[in-house]
Design a protein. Structure first.
Length: 73
């Protein structure tokens, strides 16, 4: 989607830039571009499973350390 602004008769360049920037903001173009720029891909099922197992092991390890008194934070 392109945003176009034509210069009106007797309009200063500053006013033209101001109108253009307002039109871009209202159209949501900038927000879409930023969203696409920092898009994060979904993790696959295997990676989610691996991450969950790691998290479970780590929490069990921390619990064990807390019970034995060797964990401090």
């Amino acid at each position: 989607m392109a945003v176009t602004v034509k210069k009106r008769e007797g309009e200063s360049p500053t006013a033209l830039v101001y109108r253009f920037s307002k039109k871009v903001q209202r159209s949501g173009l900038l927000r879409e571009a930023r969203k696409k720029r920092f898009h994060v891909r979904k993790t696959n099922k295997n990676m989610r499973r691996k991450s969950a197992l790691h998290k479970e092991r780590k929490s069990a390890e921390i619990e064990k350390a807390k019970k034995s008194g060797t964990f401090w934070k």
